[in-house]
Ligand binder design. Sequence first.
Ligand code: ADP
Ligand code: MG
Length: 658
Amino acid sequence: MNLEDLKGIGTKTSKLLNKLNIFTLNDLIEYYPYRFNILERTNLVDNEEVVIDGIVESIPNVFYFNKRMNRMTLRINTNNKIINISIFNRAFLKPNIKVGNYITVIGKYDMKHNTITASDIKLFRLPNNPIIEPIYHVVKGITSNQLNKIILNNIELYNSEELIPDNLIDKYRLLNKKDSISVIHSPKDKNSLNRALNYLKYEEVFLFMLKINYLKNKRTDILGIKRNINKEDVDKFIDTLPFKLTIDQNKCIDNILNDLNSNNRMNRLLQGDVGSGKTICAVIALYINYLSGYQGVLMAPTEILSIQHYNNITKLFKDTNIKVEILTGKLKVSEKKEIYKKLLNKEIDILIGTHALFSNDVVYSNLGLVITDEQHRFGVNQRSSLKDKGINPDILYMSATPIPRTYAITLYGDMDISSIHTMPSGRKEVITLLKSEKELKDILDIMLQELKNKHQVYVVAPLIEDEEGTSDNENVIELKEKIDKAFGKYFKSGILHGKMSKEDKDSIMDKFKNNEINILISTTVIEVGVDVENATTIVIWDSYRFGLSQLHQLRGRVGRNNLQSYCVLVSNKETERLNILTTTNDGFKVSEEDFKLRGSGDLFGTRQSGDMQFKIANIKRDFNILLRAKEDTQQLLDSKLYVNSNLYKFIENSIDIS
Ligand code: ADP
Ligand code: MG
């Protein structure tokens, strides 16, 4: 059903809803509030926020400091106790506050002066049940209240499908789905709200863990490729590298060699900060796989990254006979066909590319190893369809978004994990500075200093352009104007963002790599793996819009060689949170803090990507629910009771069953 066919939604509202990732009726109804305002009578406690109603005893008295500033005072009688009320800048309420009427006051109580300094006054008596108001994340142009009305106007059309088995509904005394959805958008009391929240959280993590456990079961059912490669043969190649491997890199390589030599299928997550040297581990894995006679692929989320990997890897393998090719969407049809042919004839040993690597036309002769870079960028579906291209290829995922161990074990319960904690030596730590927008001069000075030293600069903004001219946030288009004003005479700038064509993107990236462009102004498309060693500074506008892990990832664009690099976070808000980044460069610590502050919501940066998005559960607060769901789903899968249920359809639709 089209959004515009729904009650109360025209073209304008529909566009606004799209911005919230709401495109269908289901998206709308499953757009949950992120918190609730609760208005409920409290006791009068000294120095605490109280909510009290009472009868107005005195005509309000208003004192005007100036035109805008005023203070109103009055007395109310609550339970035969007279209390003074004082409230700022609400003189407009005075005509509605009548002696003898009930009002409700929200504010801080000062026992000594028997006064509530109110933040709000409502012109009604508190009902016996609390008033609960759902609050939604919104964008400019629509209020939380309006969104709630739209949802309630259309909620009857929503067809809720119950996926949780009855025995689990009983076990946890959960509401059913239909009621939970209805309660969450119009809660009447705390008890039912809690039950609705419990249901929805449980459902969310249940379905998530079901997928994970399903994949895990599937893996242990399958035997992998057994190889027989000696470490000495691998060491011969390692000796040709231009640097010595770090201890952690060596450990990871040992893990990988064990996996590849074993009977079991490898399913390993290799995590480590940007620049920690994951790629070389992947390259060595590809080398081992090559020695054992199999083809390998390395898949990257973007074309830019694939090309980078291709260039790196061909360099590292230049003294070997290994045949490396690259396959991206950009190739001509004839070029693609040539690659397909070579693949089948085993004239290619290693193929690098984007998800073009697993389009239907690609057939491998004997695929033995699949490596994906920044694995969270790929959905479960894509992953398994790639897996299914080989017989039982081994799988290695690389991620620069480190996850604290406890969470990783649960969420990546179907994988083994190797971590790189230390950076290659000789690397200087990136210096991170937090600046307010007022400190523009400092920001420009840092940029200028680096530009003068012939280094390059990234500038990141949260938006591409301000279509409606309503946003306070910086956007790429306007930033370019500002920057050209400051530096245009001497330095060249360029723009990169997701809405540009591939050709334009590549051409800009090439120019930046060749230092024909000194300043690259971009959205977060540069977040993943872009590698320009001469770039030593990254300035991130409106940093508060990003999660810590995402900022950390962006920061990883600089500090990629032994030059001193800088990361400037520009923000007028949330400075305490952002400050964490000025104190540590350790991605594991950053992600730990991110977890503490926000739960998983932002772990993988942008909200539209990743398998690990929870809408309502919070991985930290609701970790116990997750653990329970982990057990429940495993039991369910073991019992095979799901095979005839809606759940089966769910699994079938969300994962390739083959
Ligand atoms: P990641 O993929 O983890 O972000 P890379 O593998 O791209 O990091 O490594 C970043 C840079 O560090 C590359 O230029 C790489 O050649 C270099 N590098 C990797 N390992 C080492 C090492 N042990 N010593 C020195 N430099 C290294
Ligand atoms: Mg990498």
